[in-house]
Design a protein around this ligand. Structure first.
Ligand code: SAM
Length: 273
């Protein structure tokens, strides 16, 4: 993201725009200003024995791997909500073998970029849409994926009800984001209220901190393209080690958590090894 993104964020906040409009504007601007800089927009994950791909965005792909490989997706129909520029879903298609995958994102410009960048991946498509009001019929998908996006939504609880609706009974919700302690408690409750069983929950904050440290130079190079007066603010977004976001992960005041949730009575479905 650049100065224009931050400028539009400030304008949106000052004008009291609703959260949804604020994020749409931010990610539209980011796509317009830096279309080629990256195809993933998350903080990444690095475990002690992870072999990274040769991609510059290896730690970001690795986060997807950690979240999406928790179940066997071979032959399945997958929806990703908040797919951004599509790099994560393209990775999942190539590496984890779903039959087809649809990515939905609020930002029309991010969707355009996703279509352009990943047009060579068979079975993959992207549409503009809103997490709060998914346009798909009940029981459509075998799995729904959601990575570092739900913190942008007006209502996580409303989103989780939508996910439960579009998943088939026994379908999996593969979900990761960062949370303040209260938000984590209310999210667990909202998952149960929406009809999910929490099959797995893992605090992956240490792996996210390790990824940010490993990815520091690339993130700093993105920050350096932003005009100097805006760089301090931008470091928080980018997760560089001198920024507030990194410190919050490091001192434990924000926790990055991954969930595997099963829709309805699906307790007999085995998790992948
Ligand atoms: C931090 S980015 C993560 C993108 C992607 N998951 C990744 O890891 O590369 C958050 C994404 O959520 C999207 N988003 C925000 N609010 C949304 C909403 N209400 N519905 C769908 N997508 C939304 C943004 O446009 C942005 O692309």
């Amino acid at each position: 993201m650049t100065d224009l993104v931050l400028g539009s964020l400030r304008t949106a906040l000052q004008a009291g725009f609703p959260k949804k409009l604020f994020w749409r504007l931010a990610y539209d601007r980011a796509a317009a200003e830096q279309p080629d800089a990256f195809s993933l927009m998350n903080y990444g994950y690095l475990g002690s024995d992870d072999a990274l791909t040769t991609s510059e965005e290896g730690v970001c792909q690795n986060l997807y791997h950690r979240v999406a490989s928790a179940v066997d997706l071979r032959g399945s129909l997958v929806l990703e909500v908040g797919s951004g520029r599509g790099g994560g879903l393209a990775y999942a298609m190539r590496r984890l073998g779903p039959r087809a995958a649809i990515g939905v994102d609020l930002s029309p410009r991010a969707v355009e970029l996703a279509r352009l960048r990943h047009r060579d991946v068979p079975g993959l498509s992207f549409f503009q849409g809103d997490a709060d009001a998914l346009v798909f019929g009940a029981g459509t998908f075998d799995a729904v994926l959601n990575v570092e996006s739900s913190h942008c939504y007006g209502s996580r609880a409303g989103f989780l009800r939508e996910v439960a609706r579009v998943l088939r009974p026994g379908g999996h919700f593969l979900f990761a984001d960062y949370f303040e302690p209260d938000a984590l408690t209310s999210t667990r409750a909202a998952l149960l209220e929406a009809g999910f069983t929490i099959a797995d929950e893992e605090d992956i904050t240490r792996g996210v901190v390790a990824a940010l440290e490993r990815d520091e130079l690339r993130r700093l190079s993105v920050v350096e393209r932003v005009p100097r007066p805006l760089q301090a603010t931008f470091r928080n977004f980018a997760g560089t080690t001198d920024g507030r976001t990194y410190r919050r992960f490091r001192d434990g005041s924000w926790r990055y958590v991954r969930f595997v949730a099963l829709r309805a009575d699906a307790s007999k479905i085995a998790l992948a090894e």
